[in-house]
Design a protein around this ligand. Structure first.
Ligand code: NAD
Length: 357
């Protein structure tokens, strides 16, 4: 029997809508793009992604939801419209795929979850960077025990030194880097932490952005298992460096300049537990002269993985009953951490967004 094919529509044919189209079209045995919608008529004509040319065009989500045989809608519109649209899609009996930031607050996410409970199996989150090749490999190495017990996780990202000036920099649209890149790295950090976040420190600031949203932030998360994640995203770092650094009790993994490297103690080496510190006058050198540690260092191949695998997971969930790894409660935790970071930092523009909402 031929596999079931899900008929897909995309709402919001902007920058990311084009990516949705290309990624979904790369699975012709699983999905068929049948419709697209945008409230800017130009977007449905000019620079329309080629995969959407044969589809039916609509001027609104509501009109597209009437498309015969439509199974699923992916949402590529501005942040504050994600939840209201996802709810409309589910209430129309279709599957909703929501972009990050999934919601603008915990309260809004909980409302989304309540609606999703009435429409089981109809809500999916596009936390695509969970499937970034380097991240997947780093998580695999960290989980393997190669560098011992994980202590500090550093996830840094720079989007270049850029005085960005589109809607995504405006608090009016819940814009800024914490709502843009934050969900990606918070989601990755939560995966590596592997425990519940019990403490958080945050600094969120606007440095050079034209909009009033943040363009530099640092969040430090502490999990109940003692692991700590340090997340930094910058829109004003003229000399960015490492993107990932995982410090364990037996070594370190670093991802920088597209290269993944691990330096770790010989896995066969058992650290001596009979050593004692010396209170007497030390010799004129630093270190430990009672033992020698052997390290291995290797450049690690980053597998050729595509973030598009997210759509395969989604398909397998809907059609074959194999749950997608991106769980709805994980999405809630990402939104909770984002909200706590804004609150702890006292970043005013987003406080104003919420007081107007
Ligand atoms: N997961 C990722 O890696 C990733 C990457 C980029 C963007 N995004 C997310 O995708 C969303 C869109 O970002 P973008 O850069 O594509 O924005 P964009 O401005 O380029 O595109 C948004 C599109 O939505 C349309 N639109 C807006 N309101 C609409 C409405 N009510 N009905 C129909 N169409 C409407 C606009 O006309 C525009 O074409 C954002 O929330 C962003 O966070 C995610």
């Amino acid at each position: 029997m031929a596999d079931r094919i899900l008929n897909v529509g995309i709402v919001g044919i902007g920058r990311i809508g084009g990516n949705h189209a290309a990624e979904i079209a790369s699975f012709p045995n699983k999905f068929k793009l049948v419709a697209c919608a945008d409230n800017d008529p130009d977007r449905l004509v000019k620079e329309l992604p080629k995969q959407l040319e044969p589809t039916t065009k609509y001027g609104s989500l509501e009109a597209m939801l009437e498309h015969p045989g439509l199974d699923m809608v992916t949402i590529g519109v501005r942040h504050p419209d994600h939840v209201p649209m996802a709810i409309k899609i589910m209430e129309a009996g279709k599957i909703a795929v929501v972009e990050k930031p999934i919601a603008t607050s915990v309260a809004e996410y909980e409302h989304l979850l309540a609606v999703a409970k009435e429409h089981p199996g109809k809500l999916f989150l596009r936390h695509n960077r969970r499937f970034e090749a380097a991240f997947v490999k780093v998580k695999q190495l960290a989980d393997s025990g190669l560098i011992g017990d994980i202590q500090y996780i550093k996830l840094y990202r720079s989007v270049g030194y850029c005085r960005r000036n589109d809607w995504m920099t405006m608090s009016e649209y819940y814009g800024g880097l914490l709502t843009n890149w934050g969900p990606h790295l918070i989601d990755q950090a939560l995966q590596l932490l592997g425990g519940k976040v019990v403490d958080l420190w945050a600094d969120v600031r606007r440095v050079i952005s034209i909009g009033d949203g943040d363009d530099l932030f640092k969040i430090i998360l502490k999990a109940d298992n003692g692991r700590l994640a340090d997340i930094e995203v910058s829109g004003c770092n003229a000399m960015p460096g490492r993107e990932m650094e995982i410090i364990g009790s037996r070594g370190t993994i670093v991802h920088a300049d597209g290269k993944l490297t691990a330096r770790y103690l010989d896995p066969t080496l058992k650290l001596r537990d009979d050593l004692k510190p010396h209170p007497e006058q030390p010799r004129k050198a630093y270190g430990n002269f009672d033992e020698t540690l052997n390290f291995f260092q290797s450049d690690i191949q980053i597998p050729a993985l595509s973030q598009s695998v997210l759509w395969e997971h989604l398909y397998n969930d809907v059609v074959n009953g194999i749950p997608t790894p991106i769980r709805l409660e994980e999405g809630l935790e990402t939104v909770r951490v984002t909200e706590m970071a804004f609150q702890k930092s006292g970043f005013e523009a987003i406080r104003n967004y919420h007081s107007k909402a």
